[in-house]
Design a protein around this ligand. Sequence first.
Ligand SMILES: *Cc1c(COP(=O)(O)O)cnc(C)c1O
Length: 397
Amino acid sequence: MTQTSIDWKSLEEQYYVACFGRAPVTIVRGDGTKVWDDEGREYLDFAAGIAVNALGHANPDIADAVAAQARTLVHTSNLFYTTPQLELARTLIDNSCLDRIFYVNSGGEATETAVKSARKYGRLNLDGAYEVVTTYRGFHGRSLAMTAATGTPAYQEPFQPMPQGFAHVEYNDLAALESAVSEKTCAVMIELIQAEGGVYVADPEYAAGIRSLCDERGILMILDEVQTGIGRLGTFYGYEQFGIEPDIIALAKGLGGGFPIGAALFKENCAVLRPGDHGSTFSGNPLVCAAAKVVTEKVLEPAFLDSVNSKGDALRQALEGFRSTGKVVDVRGMGLLLGFQLDSVDTADALIAGARDGGLLIIKVSADTVRMVPPLTVSESEIDAAAGIIRNVLLGL
Ligand SMILES: *Cc1c(COP(=O)(O)O)cnc(C)c1O
């Protein structure tokens, strides 16, 4: 397992576009919540591929399903019927308030598909209204249009001019949203938890208020559930926590358990895409759908979501306990999408490095906030162990 003779860091520097700030760890293997580096060191992985490895690493059921599917049929394009994508479609739709699905390969494509659909809906039903109102500090992906949708000037600046048709307002401010909605607006798109933005949770009245506002104005409510969907918040879809029904949702991250699949789900009246409007070569192919079928069926098993909730409570309690160190100033989130804010950026950086040395991988969201997104299959004892590592580092800072 040791490959210390190869300097992966300099290979990356030589060959790769210098776009990622990587931690100095080369991960070669995983099992459940654990991963091992190229020098054989073991880590608890509370980053989980950015909330992607919902069933942990090297999940045997996913491995078996994908291996069997790989020996049977990997890809055909969407010009033919294939069965895994339709079985998965039935599961995702029958367990939702939505009626139709379109597969894509990533989160950014899922939100892009939602926005394209909302624009066509506006053309058909709202006199050509095309604008989508989103929130500052949100995150919707990295395509040019989703960079425009994401209200973060630093992400936009190198790529100006931005595609038109997005307006931004402060999060959790219903009055600001109301005044931003005009006759040009076809949809509102928000995250129920601004994950990349720092793990900020929507107030229940805000979520309900957006639903009412969209109903009154006849515009669409798009939820970006790329990070919150598929069990992460303790319900199958995040919107179930808020007692509302969106018109469109975007999914990706946890859906494939590590395989690249995303989807947009629609109420019947906004499933307006028709032949020629949209497409994707790889999307919903048998291989990724075989993986996603295992993930969704597991998350839907009785007791699985109960366990996410109880483990989320345990992790949250541990994070709240860190306040006594004086270094943790806030704890936010829901289910197993939690964040804790440190007293400074330096503390956050030192904590992440110290935790890594102690055998725990954690990642930041905003500069001073650490996100805890372990696999949904994490055990209580792994949560205790991770909390112990963090506590030790915080006490030593
Ligand atoms: C990660 C993320 C995206 C983008 O997903 P990609 O797969 O990286 O394109 C979009 N929206 C939210 C809420 C996300 O967390």
